[in-house]
Design a protein around this ligand. Sequence first.
Ligand SMILES: O=C(CO)[C@H](O)[C@H](O)COP(=O)(O)O
Length: 228
Amino acid sequence: MKQDQLKQAVGIKSVDFIQDHMTVGLGTGSTVYYMVEELGKRVQAGDLTVNCVSTSQRTWDQAKKLGINMLPLDQVDHIDLTIDGADEIDTQFQGVKGGGAALTYEKIVALNSQRNLWIVDQSKQVQQLGAFGIPLEVIPFGHQQLLQRLEAENLHPQWRMDDQGQPVLTDMHNYIFDLHLDQLQHPHLLADWLDHQTGIIEHGLFLDIVNTVIVGTANGPQIIENIR
Ligand SMILES: O=C(CO)[C@H](O)[C@H](O)COP(=O)(O)O
């Protein structure tokens, strides 16, 4: 099965976790795209009534077009469930996100959700985090100095550019740096260090956050509960 078909299968399956009248966080990315399409169908069919918050402008626009009831995050008092993709997930249910540059909004929504469900194809499962790179959202002011500081720490930062060679901008008009570390032995130590660096808004290490993962396999979506 092609990767895109696996993404579609998990995206569709994840909508079964949404119950009537829930407030749902909608993630960002190509896997989430399929989830939002399916949610839109069920809302249009009258099978589900939900309020949703978004982790990006992209997802907000898609959901609005489908007639899904969208609210700004600050207008909801809780989020029952957030469904999002991931770039890597290890055997301890620790993850990396931010391939789509939406990591800060994604983390804010995730940390304010009662449950977090990730939808991934098998290629996202890893023994150890790191190969994908660790995305950072950084403010433009002083970004060159920050780049030097990260280089001095041997964190191998790379400023993310788009196809035209222009800096990728987040929804907040910040930059993305990717740390190329290959194998990350101690994700909590790095997360703690990054949390204390001025100029870094957020990093893509999503540690101790996910409750349930749906993995797309050739035998169909596989649901794995994080019981740790
Ligand atoms: O973190 C993300 C966006 O910031 C995405 O969830 C992650 O990059 C996975 O994307 P895709 O489903 O397209 O593979």
